[in-house]
Write a protein of this length. Structure first.
Ligand SMILES: [Zn+2]
Length: 198
């Protein structure tokens, strides 16, 4: 393909149902034409405003308040700052290592699910199962009603697989990215039932 042809593709041929295609092409252009899947995923993540807002809220709510109470951090205008007068180089390295150690200790005991329940929970969704669940849900998130045309919708386990939930049709519900993330891995609410009773 020549650059002109790519230009033609972008201008005339590309049919978009989301921003993914131009995002991918741009990411590849930015990285000299090639990238690993991991690099591309990071690039996508950076564009996902909902993810960024999610973490902004989360940071403000939990670690900031707690660490402030302990005098570890302070708020300095728009900035969040460590409550240290200065950070000598040797101390910084040791403190960073200690943070790393605490993180990996926790991940070892709790598993990757602290970050991404979907990695553990999304296996075994065949195309047809996904299609049937979305069809039953009229193509909408069964909690907030967002349409599959507007937002990524996950085919979620009502009872998580880690808690022995089946992978079949009955144990599935369609949840948008946001609602699914809000629900996490602990809850076992069947939103299909909740909505039916409304
Ligand atoms: Zn939703």
């Amino acid at each position: 393909m020549k650059a002109k042809e790519l230009e033609q593709f972008l201008k005339n041929k590309m049919r978009m149902s989301h921003i993914y295609q131009p995002l991918l092409i741009r990411a590849l252009l930015n990285s000299g034409g090639k990238a690993t899947l991991r690099q591309l995923a990071l690039e996508f993540l950076e564009q996902d405003e909902s993810q960024i807002l999610y973490y902004e809220k989360k940071i403000k709510k939990m670690p900031v308040q707690k660490l402030r109470k302990h005098g570890v951090i302070k708020i300095d205008g728009y900035l969040i700052a460590l409550n240290l007068e200065k950070i000598p180089y040797e101390d910084r390295a040791a403190l960073r290592a200690l943070c790393e150690e605490k993180i990996s200790e926790y991940l070892k005991s709790r598993g990757l699910s602290v970050w991404d329940y979907r990695m553990l929970d999304d296996s075994g969704v065949t195309g047809s199962l996904r299609h049937r669940v979305l069809e039953r849900a009229n193509g909408r998130c069964e909690l907030c009603g967002a349409a599959v045309t507007d937002t990524p919708i996950d085919v979620d386990h009502i009872i998580p697989r880690s808690k022995g939930g089946a992978t079949d049709f009955e144990n599935r519900q369609a949840l948008c990215y946001r609602c699914n993330r809000g629900k996490g891995n602990r809850s076992q609410i069947n939103y299909r039932e909740v909505r039916r009773k409304d």
